[in-house]
Design a protein around this ligand. Structure first.
Ligand SMILES: *Cc1c(COP(=O)(O)O)cnc(C)c1O
Length: 492
């Protein structure tokens, strides 16, 4: 038998030189802290040059290289070209900033590297506890079912699967879809991931009826009632209404109490897409607006949005634990449980969702809640809501700016409108403003289209933003708009 530690038999993936490897890791931690601390000083976003792009086209490395060289590649080709979402002026789409405690949690999750499919080990208890805390936040009973998932999309998918299986009046797991007449309802402002989920659940796009909205972009309750009645009359089987607590376009919160009432009366499943808004239960300012969320049968939450966890972190809650388990539990012989030891424990997470092997996502959440406390997270949410109104006031103060929707929680939709321009011109000039704001690295606002009107959309979910950021942003929007007008770039 070989005793030479250099021989192939003793080759592992551990460092050859632990001391050197540790020193490199220390350096990475130094650099990572500076990277986050100095985020303001770097460009929020920049285009990758040709040389960098080419570096991503080289073929598979077959031979080892020094870890330092690998780190150098990361420093040169990845770190300078971020998405921008850890920057205080990132208000595009809807994303959190991340936190240092979140980084530490993810680091230890990888060091421990447990598989959260199930088993009798501490990581499983940590995830159970985090899910219990989230139940506490949205006022769900401790007996509810829950699962940490990758994000809002998977959370919604998981909940809608339970809704479908519970409300179909036959064993859909066994039989498959018999008649394709099950119908979900939501407002026109529903997030697209729900449409995808319903398509994948075999109901097709037609399985989701999109109901018109009111002027504030909340679901029109009368139209919802009318549609349910009409569908029943036509032999369809309504099964679920999805309320949104914070729509992606404008942050509108549907009347959750009214939906809950309809669902009780009509015996429908009540699901809340709370990807944006459910965690805002932590903000005393927003909490009253979410009244009724506790009546839901299921809630989808996103923790990498307004809770600032590093991607990926979402959570789904199902009020009736058995219904949750009945949709996903399937225990083959190789996963059969023991009454003692590592393979014991009654509730394995793999029985609550599609994934068997699962990352230790809960750790960063657990460490973050312990470090910051839920009230501080609530204050961050309240601060963003106040900033949205601060931005709204700046917009209404200037005659050449126009607010385009009521400010829903932390989302502000507006455009530059100096007057005398028609719709196409306004859309074109605002698109150009958005691009120049990006290219000049002033900020990263988002955009959307409301009733044919292109607008700049600021989703303010940054714990690092301050009022000066919004002052400077608005100054730039107006200056750039004015420049474009002066230069006559716009063709009539
Ligand atoms: C972001 C979002 C989703 C999707 O969540 P992911 O985490 O991106 O998968 C679903 N619904 C709403 C309302 C959202 O804002």
């Amino acid at each position: 038998m070989a005793t030479n530690s250099n021989s192939e038999e003793f080759e592992t993936l551990d460092p050859k030189d632990w001391k050197q490897s540790k020193a490199l890791m220390h350096q990475m931690i130094e650099d990572a802290f500076d990277y986050i601390k100095n985020v303001r000083e770097r460009k929020i976003w920049q285009e990758m040059p040709e040389t960098v792009l080419n570096s991503f086209n080289t073929s598979l490395p077959k031979q080892p290289s020094d870890a330092k060289t690998v780190y150098k590649a990361l420093q040169e080709t990845v770190l300078p070209y971020p998405m921008g979402n850890i920057h205080p002026r990132f208000w595009a789409w809807y994303m959190g900033n991340g936190t240092i405690s979140g980084v530490m949690g993810d680091f230890w999750a990888s060091v421990l590297n447990p598989n959260l499919g199930g088993g009798n080990h501490a990581a499983h208890k940590v995830e159970e506890q985090v899910i219990d805390w989230i139940k506490e936040i949205v006022q769900f009973p401790k007996s509810a079912g829950g699962l940490m998932v990758s994000g809002g999309s998977m959370a919604n998918y998981t909940a809608l699967a339970v809704a479908r299986n519970t409300k179909a009046d036959y064993d859909i797991r066994k039989e498959g879809l018999k008649e394709n007449n099950l119908v979900f309802y939501a407002s026109k402002e529903i997030h697209s991931c729900n449409t995808k989920a319903i398509e994948l659940l075999g109901l097709g796009t037609k399985g989701l009826k999109k109901i018109k909205v009111n002027n504030d972009y909340t679901i029109n309750i009368d139209a919802l009632k009318q549609q349910i009645k009409e569908d029943r009359d036509n032999g369809l089987q309504p099964i679920c209404v999805i309320g949104t607590s914070g729509t992606v376009n404008t942050g509108a919160i549907d009347d959750l109490n009214a939906i809950a009432e309809i669902c009780v009366k009509e015996k429908l499943w009540f699901h809340v897409d709370g990807a944006i808004g459910a965690i805002a239960m932590l903000s005393p300012k927003i909490k009253p607006l979410l009244k009724g969320i506790e009546c839901a049968d299921s809630i989808a939450l996103d923790l990498h949005k307004w809770l600032h966890m590093p991607f990926e972190a979402g959570c789904v809650l199902i009020k009736d634990n058995n219904q949750h388990k009945n949709t996903f539990s399937l225990i083959p012989e190789y996963l059969a449980k023991n009454t003692r030891g590592i393979a014991s424990g009654s509730d394995w997470f793999s029985e609550y969702g599609l994934q068997l092997s699962r990352r230790f996502r809960a750790l960063k959440v657990w460490m973050s809640f312990k470090e910051h406390g839920s009230e501080r997270f609530g204050r961050m949410i309240t601060k963003n809501v106040e900033q949205a109104h601060y931005l709204g006031n700046l917009i209404t103060k200037h005659n050449d700016l126009e607010l385009l929707a009521p400010i829903g929680m932390d989302i502000v939709c507006f455009r530059y409108n100096p007057g005398k321009l028609h719709l196409e011109q306004l859309n074109a000039i605002n698109k150009e403003i958005k691009l120049q704001i990006e290219e000049r690295a002033v900020a990263l606002p988002g955009y959307t289209t409301l009733n044919g009107i292109y607008c700049l959309r600021c989703a303010i979910s940054s714990h690092r933003a301050n009022t000066h950021d919004f002052d400077d942003f608005i100054t730039n929007v107006r200056n750039i708009g004015n420049e474009i007008l002066q230069n006559g770039i716009l063709t009539p």
